[in-house]
Ligand binder design. Structure first.
Ligand code: NAD
Length: 478
């Protein structure tokens, strides 16, 4: 990376328009703005979308399968070559611990490699049909796809929108969140330098309400691939409706962590804190509702608290740090209002609830016990380092409570009883589940939610379906 990209990157160059709003990029660990990004204006957005349409028709469509794969592999290599610089930038920009940031940049690179390889494996079908003849399906690109992404995992989520969309033959207009635009802009430039033709990937930061909505409504946009809050997702769906634009939505969550008495207790208790506190709880998959079988409740809570107290909260640039600051003062205040409501309701704060450092948007991991199912903390997505733990006596009652949420994104089940794990996994209304682990995201496997956690699937070969139109062709035999 030669230098920081702080303007929209469109048509293979930095956009020089002075019109867009200035978006300060604040280091959450120091609370200081270290640079500003020039957001896209509406006229820059127009130029970006038209450029992407032109690049679709005149360039990218004519690239053969191998050429497209070569470019995607080259982007993956460019990301890897710049791993340390990108990770440091992400860490500065959103307070992400540097070790996690490195893993996420590496993940971005693997995503491009996966979809480079996937290009030659995505295929249509030949189908038996009642009428004599040959019926076959083709996958065709859609045109210009909008990718709208959040601030909590800015780089990997941008990659998991862009890579499959390009692999399927589309061009992309990517809108990062205003407070975390830097690595997405760097991706635009790196991809271009790696051989992606001008206009195939346009990166346009800007406020969601203005630039995001204008992008979502534009007549040339054929599909919107969105990750963010359920509220914004609903708005995007409404904006997409008049022109029947395709949408895929990855939204909020309130995921369960179910611990049965026959689980490997020390493993479950020691690993569970990071299943909710990693990324300082700003994770759509955060297992923020823990259900513990009554007979092991006290021991589990004791061990969970012990493991929580060892978590290292501090300077995101230190290799030792496990939890950095929250992304912004506003996000921390919002989380603190949940903690306050738990206090008001008389719940037990077994640890945390306070700020460990005077400077930086830090918040200690917070454990709330004896929550009632009507509590705000139990019901709503908090998006911060707060967990509620409840005990259960009966599997049926527990499952009813697990599913009593508008969300259905992720979750974990801890038991050494295989049949029970499968039985319970089948009953949980959720797009992603992990048994005896908290790993949720795999490049090769579909990721997405049930109910108000979303529509469609990112990652794996499933994602390609969301970026392709299926054309059915019937050939008469006589
Ligand atoms: P957000 O919805 O506020 O913003 C996400 C993106 O959408 C940003 O780029 C924003 O500028 C844009 N945006 C906002 N309003 C818009 C509108 N009306 N029209 C068009 N674009 C708009 O979400 P956030 O606060 O950045 O991220 C946190 C949320 O994202 C949480 O709810 C979290 O659960 C969710 N999330 C989900 C996943 C998943 O894969 N399911 C992953 C990460 C985050």
């Amino acid at each position: 990376m030669k230098r920081l990209v702080t303007q929209p990157f469109i048509n293979g160059e930095l956009d020089q328009s002075p019109e867009g709003s200035l978006l300060p990029q604040i280091n959450p660990a120091t609370e200081e703005a270290f640079t500003e990004v020039r957001g896209a204006s509406l006229s820059t957005l127009e130029k970006a979308i038209e450029g992407a349409q032109q690049a679709f028709e005149q360039t990218w469509k004519s690239f053969g399968m191998r050429e497209r794969a070569d470019v995607l592999f080259a982007i993956a290599a460019a990301i890897r070559e710049n791993l340390e610089a990108l990770a440091t930038l992400e860490s500065h920009n959103i307070g992400k611990p540097i070790c996690d940031a490195r893993d996420e940049i590496e993940l971005g690179s693997r995503i491009f490699e996966y979809y480079a390889g996937a290009i030659s494996k995505a295929h249509g079908q030949t189908l038996p049909v009642a009428k004599g003849g040959l019926d076959l399906t083709l996958r065709e690109p859609m045109g210009v796809v909008a990718g709208i992404v959040p601030w909590n995992f800015p780089f990997p989520i941008a990659c998991w929108k862009v890579a499959p969309a390009l692999a399927a033959g589309n061009t992309v207009v990517l809108k990062p969140a205003s407070i975390s635009a830097l690595t997405a802009l760097a991706l635009g430039q790196l991809a271009h330098e790696a051989g992606l033709p001008a206009g195939v990937l346009q990166v346009i930061p800007g406020p969601g309400k203005e630039i995001g909505e204008a992008l979502a409504q534009h007549a040339l946009i054929r599909k919107i691939s969105f990750t963010g809050s359920t509220e914004s997702g609903a708005r995007i769906m409404a904006l997409a409706a008049p022109e029947i634009k395709r949408v895929s939505l990855e939204l909020g969550g309130k995921s369960p962590n179910i611990v049965f008495a026959d689980a490997d207790l020390s493993k479950a208790a020691s690993q569970s804190p990071l299943s909710v506190f990693a990324n300082t709880g700003q994770d759509c998959c955060a297992r923020s509702r823990v259900f513990v079988e009554a007979s092991i409740y006290d021991t589990f809570v004791e061990q969970f608290l012990e493991a929580t107290r060892t978590l290292k909260v501090g300077d995101p640039l230190s290799d030792e740090t496990q939890l950095g600051p929250m992304v912004s003062a506003a996000q921390r205040s919002s989380v603190e209002s949940y903690i306050e409501s738990a206090r008001t309701e008389g719940r037990t704060l077994a640890c945390g609830g306070d700020r460990p450092h005077a400077k930086g948007y830090y918040l200690n991991p917070t454990v709330i016990l004896e929550t009632e199912t009507n509590d705000r903390c139990w019901k709503e997505e908090i998006f911060g380092p707060v967990v509620c733990i409840r005990r259960f006596h009966d599997e049926e009652d527990m499952l009813r409570e697990v599913n009593d949420t508008p969300y259905g994104l992720s979750g974990s089940i801890w038991t050494q009883h295989l049949a029970k794990a499968i039985r319970v996994a089948r009953r949980v209304e959720s797009g992603v589940l992990s048994i005896n682990t908290h790993a949720s995201v795999h490049v090769e496997a579909p990721f997405g939610g049930y109910k108000q956690s979303g529509i469609g699937r990112d990652l794996g070969m499933h994602a390609l379906d969301g970026y392709s139109e299926i054309k059915n062709i019937f050939i008469a035999e006589d």
